[in-house]
Design a binder for this molecule. Structure first.
Ligand SMILES: Cc1cc2nc3c(=O)[nH]c(=O)nc-3n(C[C@H](O)[C@H](O)[C@H](O)COP(=O)(O)OP(=O)(O)OC[C@H]3O[C@@H](n4cnc5c(N)ncnc54)[C@H](O)[C@@H]3O)c2cc1C
Length: 594
């Protein structure tokens, strides 16, 4: 492991790292690039030519395409070699997830299988369970599903009614209940099912085979998008599940469900990154072919603005994705060094970064929605035609804000988890916040006359962070323990926190790129950073002011307003030119090459 400074989850709010401390995509090695290329080739040959059939109600082609991916070894990337996989690093897993993310409904089926359908057994299962199931899931010989949601238990996942009762002979749990919205339901061989044993308050986790008598699967739901992925309700009618199929301990299910969802969220961030890049490629190719008023539409400033915004947001997301991925890898290695079992080391490493996992899920899914929406707009009327990839992309994108925990739930988690970690003593959030708030009028922007390009950016980012601390302190002082009930304020804070994490990741990556490759003479990357940091000012100022107005007394409003002005202050820059520069590179390359 390299010697670098690694922060705990949420600690970025109060501490800084150096550019050299982060991993950036420019550091992918040849093997990682080869894995990504293999997946890309698979999408190009097996998926895109057949996408209409795959998205039809006939699930056989989806199933056989999944099997082909398994034969190629793509399903074993996250699985240790002793269980039939390739034991790749978390960074590599994320690169694979990014590449597969451009695969529409196939990506959803594949990720449900390799992630939430397989990893609960890999991470929490015992040796027998891993040998029996993981070895076959890793090759696609078996396909997996994850069954948590019920008609009455969605966001409130622990409130499920599915029950498990030990049989009189003590050999089986008798499962009864109903699950809904289950991805891969109609062809999965194994289901990871969450249910309560007897009248337990918390869930337990079971491996259920589709062939067990009493498992009844409804026909697939008719959905807005990701039409090729099978999504259905599953009923359990007195299903006899062998006692040896209990995963982990009795009552451990909710913890398993949550930690698997942390993993799912981070990987969803990578999936939507891949989908965003594909949407940008579709956008620029169309803009470089379509003529109106006798010129290509890519020559219009309005279209350049859209293309540049698509690129800047996507690039920014990518910076945070790989920064976090490497932090997780290091945490996993640290866990292994303590003698932890590989599965446990992985899941603990991933769960450690719960704040950032929620950020990537929310931020990423909203970036993709923005990017694909603009992709449709760039296509004009053709964007509304089912002939075009962007029409499918638009419908497929929307689910990402709903599953793996809705974006509302994840926004709440960003703030709640960060505060809990701080209370636990992981980092000093409250001391720093109190120190700042002790004299609001003394808060300065700390601008220096001769600061370098990056010194200026980091100073501004630090100011944004301090503004978050001021809002947290004010809100806690006013609402105290009832802050948890003030979801609007928590949402304001989440928006600010997400913006800061992404902005900082972007600054760090671009600075590191310059140390690796020298300063980019075209200034493209600095232009992207300029625009992002400049825009972040407004994105941070507005929620800060909204939050403050929910608790500031008349007497305090003036001081707070001054603090917001000071801490969200950025220099005016020519964002029009900066965006044009970015768009013109994209237009010239005719694809995303950043
Ligand atoms: C295509 C698809 C595939 C899926 N695949 C799977 C799968 O494989 N396995 C599985 O187990 N599940 C799966 N799901 C279920 C998915 O995870 C849930 O739909 C999701 O968690 C939301 O639950 P819900 O639909 O019951 O919405 P609800 O929880 O009823 O939420 C409704 C609205 O209320 C908001 N809300 C709820 N609680 C709060 C709160 N405390 N504070 C603020 N706002 C709140 C939500 O954000 C949302 O806007 C899938 C869903 C879909 C649509």
């Amino acid at each position: 492991m390299e010697n670098r400074k690694v922060l705990k989850s949420g600690e970025f709010l109060v501490d800084e790292i150096q550019a050299n401390d982060i991993f950036i995509p420019e550091q992918f090695d040849e093997e990682q690039k080869m894995i990504a290329q293999t997946i890309q080739d698979f999408l190009d040959t097996e998926l895109y030519p057949n996408i209409d059939q795959i998205d039809s109600p006939d699930i056989n082609l989806m199933k056989s395409t999944l099997k082909k991916a398994g034969e190629l070894g793509l399903m074993g990337i996250s699985i240790p070699e002793e269980y039939g996989g390739f034991g790749q690093s978390f960074v590599t897993q994320m690169l694979a997830a990014e590449t597969i993310g451009a695969g529409h409904s196939f990506s959803v089926a594949f990720m449900a299988h390799t992630g939430i359908g397989t990893l609960p057994i890999m991470y929490y299962g015992n040796e027998d369970q891993r040998q029996k199931y993981v070895t076959r899931l890793a090759t696609g010989d078996l396909i997996g599903a994850y069954c948590l949601t019920e008609p009455g238990a969605g966001s409130d996942a622990n409130s499920g009614k599915t029950s498990a009762t030990l049989s009189e002979d003590g050999k089986h749990y008798i499962l009864n209940g109903q699950k809904m919205w289950i991805t891969n339901a109609n062809f999965a061989d194994t289901q990871v099912v969450f249910a309560k044993i007897d009248k337990d308050r918390v869930l337990s986790t079971f491996i259920v085979e589709r062939i067990f008598p009493g498992v009844v699967i409804n026909p697939d739901e008719h959905k807005m998008g990701i039409k090729g992925s099978s999504t259905a309700q599953i009923f359990y009618n007195d299903v006899k599940v062998p006692v040896e199929n209990l995963i982990g301990n009795r009552g451990e299910g909710f913890r398993i469900a949550l930690s698997i969802l942390h993993m799912g969220r981070i990987k969803l961030g990578a999936n939507v990154l891949g989908a965003s890049k594909k949407s940008i490629n579709d956008s620029v190719k169309y803009a470089n072919e379509r003529k109106q008023f006798n010129v290509l539409i890519s020559t219009f400033g309005t279209i350049k603005h859209k293309l540049a915004e698509q690129v800047i947001k996507t690039f920014a997301l990518e910076c945070a994705i790989y920064r976090l991925s490497k932090d997780i890898d290091d945490q996993i290695e640290l866990n292994k060094a303590t003698g932890m079992d590989k599965g446990k080391a992985s899941v603990e490493g991933i769960s450690h970064y719960a704040v950032e996992a929620a950020i990537l899920k929310v931020y990423g899914s909203e970036v993709l929605d923005f990017v694909i929406d603009e992709a449709v707009q760039i296509h004009g009327g053709m964007g509304y035609s089912a002939e075009m990839a962007v029409e499918r992309g638009y419908r497929d994108s929307r689910i990402n804000r709903i599953f793996e925990g809705t974006n509302e739930i994840n926004r709440l988690l960003v703030v709640d988890t960060a505060m809990k970690r701080a209370m636990k003593g992981d980092f000093d959030l409250f001391g720093k916040a109190n120190a700042l708030a002790a004299d609001l009028d003394a808060i300065k922007d700390n601008k220096k006359p001769d600061e370098s390009y990056f010194e200026e950016k980091y100073r501004i980012i630090k100011n944004y962070k301090n503004l978050i601390l001021v809002v947290i302190q004010g809100a806690l002082k006013h609402f105290d323990k009832k802050l948890i009930l003030e979801q609007e304020v928590l949402n304001n804070l989440a928006d600010m926190i997400m913006e800061v994490y992404i902005a900082e990741s972007m600054a760090l990556r671009i600075q590191k790129m310059e140390t690796l490759k020298g300063i980019d003479p075209t200034g493209i990357y600095r232009s992207m950073l300029d625009v992002f940091i400049y825009d972040a000012s407004d994105k941070i100022r507005k929620p800060a002011w909204d939050a403050i107005n929910s608790f500031a007394t008349d007497g305090m409003q003036g001081s707070y307003k001054k603090v917001i002005e000071t801490l969200s202050n950025v220099n005016g820059i020519d964002v029009k030119e900066a965006r044009r520069k970015v768009a013109e590179k994209l237009i010239e390359d005719n694809c995303y090459k950043f």
